[in-house]
Design a protein around this ligand. Sequence first.
Ligand code: 9MR
Length: 448
Amino acid sequence: MLRRLIAAAFLAAALTTLPATGASAADAPLRDLADARGIYLGTAVTGGRLTGGYADVAGAQFGSVTPGNEMKWGSVEPTRGTFDWTGADRVVAFAEAHGQRVRGHTLVWHSQLPSWVTDGTWTADRLRTLLTDHVTAEAGRYKGRIDHWDVVNEPLADDGTLRRSVFGATLGESYIADAFRAARAADPAARLYVNDYSTDAVGAKSDGMYALVKRLLAQGVPVDGVGFQAHLVLGQVPASLETNLRRFADLGVDVAITELDIRMTLPATDAKLARQKADYASVVRSCLAVTRCAGVTVWGFTDSDSWIPDFFPGQGAATPYDENLVPKPAYAGIAGTLAPVTPPAPGVCSVTYAVTSQWTGGFTAQVTVRNTGTAPLNGWTVRWTQPAGQRVTQAWNTALTQTGADVTASHLAYNATVPPGGSTAFGFNGVRSGGNPPPTALTCTPGG
Ligand code: 9MR
């Protein structure tokens, strides 16, 4: 919540940094638009491609990077006890050079494991030690430099029960708690996530995740967040996405969209790309709508760097940029959704003053406030100066004070709101010692 309030306060500041010529909010980098709305917009990257135009877009547009493969166990410890941090270091260095967060991905996963882990025969105790040693080594190496760690990736089967991976089958659910505890000890500052796919909608698998997170929290396991991968199909953004994010947030954890892509059957047509634009917008909107949604990460920002064509033959065009790094309609869908919320136009008020009766030594006046704008007037303050020593003795339908010749009259709760084209009136009795010339400097200000 605080994060969102701070973000709102900086909204105006962010807008003043927009490029000058004919620019609108839509031209601002996605990362700035997202920051101003209190979330981050991230992308998975391929470390080996972080040069040239690819690096330029990744650095300029995204406020967070996730190494697509470079931090997986098979990448960092291909041989037992021999670590190779080259790829992971490259992505972290790039992020630091570009003021980006890093989403570490991933400490424990059943896939992309080194063969020495999958091919070995391990007692439960030995496997637990291997696992926690690995978490300690990797999270420890990047201590203080990772914003979010996907500590455990894809722990569930499609029906929401524990996946019978090498870890699940050998150790049961306890490996998850062990991994989180080891990660917390190794890097206390990182936000620790459990991450999975097909948990985006309310359903059996997300129910399983919900129950798992609840159990972990009840055991005091340091789970800070739940990642929803969101590998989606064109036209099939789950209607329950926002509700689902919110129910997890209500458990007291952060949520994030961690691997968003929206695939389509090729070839891409204008109609499909327009649909994709709406789909991307809808996912980003769901994150914005949930206070504890930390951000949205796309799983590759260009179609030339997406896993989809390899895994789903005949499908692709799943990311916001085409193969030539040209933004697609999906880009505009994200930018448009992140665009600053323009505060409602304040009402505009005008005021008239009329003496309705007068007698020797006194008078009654009526003051009418009109909303001449197109938005409701939410409160009003009328000020004027009495030019000939007139003094207000009693007022109605207003809170009125007079200091010397200066009078200030404000709305009360029941007449604060004036619809466009509407009016409200207040009155007062006054005393006078001579003539009764009309007020000078009569103004009406919205609000107050
Ligand atoms: O993007 C990754 C791709 O390059 C790899 O070939 C693939 C191997 O499974 O993993 C991809 O990333 C996966 C991520 O780590 C976890 N969620 C599913 C992603 C897509 O497979």
